[in-house]
Design a protein around this ligand. Structure first.
Ligand SMILES: NC(=O)c1ccc[n+]([C@@H]2O[C@H](COP(=O)([O-])OP(=O)(O)OC[C@H]3O[C@@H](n4cnc5c(N)ncnc54)[C@H](O)[C@@H]3O)[C@@H](O)[C@H]2O)c1
Length: 397
């Protein structure tokens, strides 16, 4: 079972947040996820573009109003000068803010946690990758779903060769919340996601296609060689895509198919990953995250369930409750933070960033940059009527 640090005592690490003001979606989830581990506490923020709204959030969180700022620039500058400066920043505003905000804090030597998609384009993503190395800062990108114990089990099964050589990947992330023009009926999340100024060059691929790309890479380690994408905009008058079909070949010769949709009526957060190898297959669904289906050639199908003794150490290490008590999205999110805070604490004690072992495993700026490369490749292919394009390669150096 997972071990919390500092239970009952005051959390040692401190953080500030950009975004997460009144009525926002993911910002409060970050705070709840961090609080579950009791490793870090919030001390500052710029939660909204509106200072009064920021203060409203700060009062709810019992934050000193002197540490509530009117912009991320002011926050980076002023927090950097404090003796009790925070340890890391959480960037949870809309996509267009990620790059400039993360860059400002890296330049002041803060560790960074940033939402996906990492940036608006690959040049920005590469700059963040380079800067985080130069400044020797930890940089987590919150691909939430990698924090589920049964995803860790899936990864363990694939990486330990249980499925044999991977041949096929079939993955999807289907939603229906943009099936109508939600952006015109006051839905703030829909407004910026469908506007290229705030979302970037893609809505559907950037918002949820990146989760598919990351999940498949996280579990299998497969590198995409080429892809062919068809992006559609089904809702009239919308300027970005709301559905994508993508075919892929991987460097090992495997084939893949991804479907991302925000207009699939009846679907909520239907991230499903199916991986087929020469000896076995696995299937995992985000909406039923405590189970993992395992098929081995010639054997009856098995359903592995979180919290049981037969699971691998990586899956067990992220489990908080006994089997049968469901864990979900908050716990998965919290697991990423738990590992990030362990890595940060070790870094502060030893001054070394690498290597990060299982207990410090989280998706990082390299994963974020790969996601941006994927978005650009999909848009490029779709503009060429689905022509096969070579995948953008992102290297760590
Ligand atoms: N990891 C995941 O699973 C996941 C899930 C949802 C959203 N996200 C990502 O999180 C980000 C935010 O998404 P959301 O749905 O929470 O958006 P949202 O619109 O609900 O919230 C955005 C917040 O940012 C604030 N904000 C906007 N401009 C600001 C500025 N200049 N300074 C300070 N704050 C500012 C807004 O006031 C709001 O509080 C997006 O990049 C999205 O892709 C990730």
């Amino acid at each position: 079972m997972i071990e919390s640090r500092n239970i009952g005592g005051q959390s040692r690490l401190t953080y500030g947040q950009i975004g997460g003001g009144p009525g926002s979606f993911i910002g409060p989830v970050h705070r709840a996820a961090i609080a579950m581990n009791n490793q870090a506490r919030i001390v500052s923020g710029c939660f909204s573009q509106n200072l009064e709204k920021s203060k409203e959030t700060a009062r709810e969180l019992d934050i000193d109003l002197n540490r509530v700022y009117s912009s991320y620039e002011e926050m980076a500058q002023k927090e950097a000068l404090r003796k009790d400066r925070m340890d890391f920043v959480v960037v949870s505003g809309p996509n267009h803010m990620h790059y400039e905000t993360a860059k400002s804090f890296l330049e002041k030597d803060f560790h960074v946690v940033c939402e996906k998609p990492l940036s608006l384009d690959l040049t920005q993503a590469k700059t963040l990758l380079k800067l985080s190395k130069e400044r020797k800062r930890l940089f987590m990108v919150t691909y939430t779903y990698t924090g589920y114990p049964m995803v860790r089990e899936a990864r363990h099964l694939v990486r330990s060769g249980k499925l044999g050589e991977i041949r096929l990947v079939v993955a999807e992330y289907a939603q229906d919340w943009l099936a109508e023009k939600a952006e015109e009926s006051g839905n703030r999340q829909a407004q910026w996601r469908t506007d290229p100024r705030y979302a970037g060059i893609s809505c559907c691929v950037g918002d949820i296609g990146t989760h598919i790309e990351n999940m498949v890479h996280y579990i299998t380690g497969l590198e995409i060689k080429r892809l062919s994408a068809r992006l559609d905009t089904f809702v009239k008058g919308r300027s970005l895509d709301d559905n994508a079909f993508i075919l892929l070949t991987y460097e090992n010769g495997a084939s893949g198919s991804y479907w991302a949709s925000q207009v699939a009526v009846g679907k909520e957060n239907g991230l499903v990953v199916r991986i087929y190898g020469t000896k076995g297959a696995i299937e995992w669904e985000q909406e039923n995250p405590n189970e993992l289906r395992l098929s081995l050639l010639g054997a009856p199908q098995a359903i592995l369930r979180r919290g049981n003794g037969y699971l691998s150490a990586p899956a067990k290490s992220l489990t908080r409750l006994p089997s049968g008590h469901p864990e979900g999205y908050f716990e998965a999110f919290s697991n990423l933070y738990r590992n990030f805070c362990v890595a940060l604490t070790r870094f502060e004690e030893t001054g070394t960033l690498e290597p990060r072992g299982e207990a410090e495993d989280f998706t990082d700026v390299l994963d974020g940059a790969r996601g941006i490369g994927f978005v650009e490749d999909c848009v490029k292919s779709s503009r060429l009527e689905g022509a096969w394009v070579d995948a953008t390669k992102i290297s760590e150096g």
